[in-house]
Design a protein around this ligand. Structure first.
Ligand code: KG4
Ligand code: ZN
Length: 343
């Protein structure tokens, strides 16, 4: 079974072709073509929706053709077409999902409507034996959720952010410090240079609260106030390190609570870390330590599969067709606010 996946929910135009051979559990990436629009949005300090749609329209057709060619397959060998239909920017979702629908109609093959967050979670199973149910911390630019993945299409939100997503806070912190977008990799690099000469008083919102929820807007505001008070280059470096540390502590504390809660019922063997922020090596290291202590298996996909990519969409398509055996409705409209527990 070969599925072509399209991801256009935000600022990456990505096309991937993934194969799952008969009676095998894992997938093989035949080709992935991703075009980042980052340099187009950088000067605005964030993603401009209208611009994102235009860029997707401009490049998608070329990327599909390039993918088929570099996968060394014939177009009619593709068994189904998967695309992200939500959550994301409406205009951007329309471009990718309509393109996939058109391909499905002309080839008379199934169209598979994929939830972007479902893709981030399921991609952990592409090459690894991670069995349902498993726990997943999904941390990206738009979402921060602790999820219990029960099946390919059943996810329970155990906890989530009450305000800003982690990636968003990294992006805003980078911006107030006068650096670029996306902020996550910039802050991670800055933090590596810290000698911890300066100490800042940063809040750890909700850390003592008994729910599994997070809150990051207070931390974001505290960082902004400290930066606006005027900092030297070295102080900014130390602030970046302490900011990253507080984020990691807040995530670890809540995920640790969730592991303990679920372990009592013997429900889970794995913790998966996914989404753009999961490409942060400092945060990965902290989670590896947590899992060692809690005696559960830790897994984070390789960096290129943590940030937005179409392989996770093609793979979620393969998981869907494997379990459900049929495609989605062709008249299904994009869902910009599609929650993962509403699949
Ligand atoms: O999953 P993703 O590519 O797109 C969304 O679905 O949002 O995540 C993008 C987010 C951005 O906010 C970016 O700053 C953050 O992931 N990110 C990181 C790192 N690399 C990307 N955050 C922290 N550390 C990183 N190394
Ligand atoms: Zn994403």
């Amino acid at each position: 079974m070969i599925v072509l996946g399209i991801e256009t929910s935000c600022d990456e135009t990505s096309v991937s072709i993934v194969e799952r051979k008969k009676n095998t559990q894992f997938g093989e990436i035949l080709s992935e073509q991703t075009l980042s629009q980052i340099n187009k949005h950088q000067k605005f300090g964030g993603v401009v929706p209208e611009l994102a749609s235009r860029e997707h329209s401009k490049h998608l057709d070329y990327l599909v053709k390039k993918s088929v060619k570099s996968a060394k397959i014939k177009f009619d060998e593709i068994d189904a077409f998967a695309a992200t239909v939500g959550p994301g920017l409406l205009g951007a979702l329309l471009i990718g999902s309509n393109y996939a629908k058109a391909l499905a109609i002309i080839t008379n093959k199934p169209f598979l409507a994929i939830n972007h967050l479902q893709g981030h979670v399921l991609v952990s199973r592409l090459k690894n034996k991670i069995t349902f149910p498993f726990l997943c911390l999904l941390v990206s630019g738009g979402h921060s959720q602790i999820l219990l993945a029960k099946n390919y299409n059943k996810f329970k939100i155990v906890g989530e952010t009450l305000d800003d997503a982690v990636g968003e806070v990294f992006d805003k912190t980078s911006r107030v410090m006068g650096h670029g977008y996306p902020g996550g990799p910039i802050i991670e690099e800055l933090a590596k240079k810290s000698k911890s000469d300066y100490q800042f008083n940063l809040p750890k919102p909700l850390i003592k609260d008994k729910t599994f929820n997070f809150s990051f807007s207070g931390l974001k505001t505290a960082v902004r106030r400290i930066v606006e008070s005027g900092l030297t280059k070295d102080q900014k470096i130390d602030l970046a390190f302490q900011f990253q540390n507080v984020i990691s502590e807040c995530l670890i504390s809540k995920v640790g609570m969730a592991i303990n809660y679920l372990k009592k019922n013997n429900q889970i063997k794995h913790l998966v870390l996914s989404g753009g922020v999961a490409s942060n090596y400092f945060i990965r290291k902290k989670f590896k330590e947590l899992c060692k202590k809690e005696k559960i298996i830790f897994f984070a996909p390789p960096k290129n599969l943590c940030i937005d990519n179409a392989t996770m969409i093609a793979w979620a398509g393969l998981e869907t067709i494997n379990f459900r055996k049929r495609g989605s409705k062709i008249n299904l409209a994009p869902k910009p606010r599609w929650r993962i527990d509403e699949i």
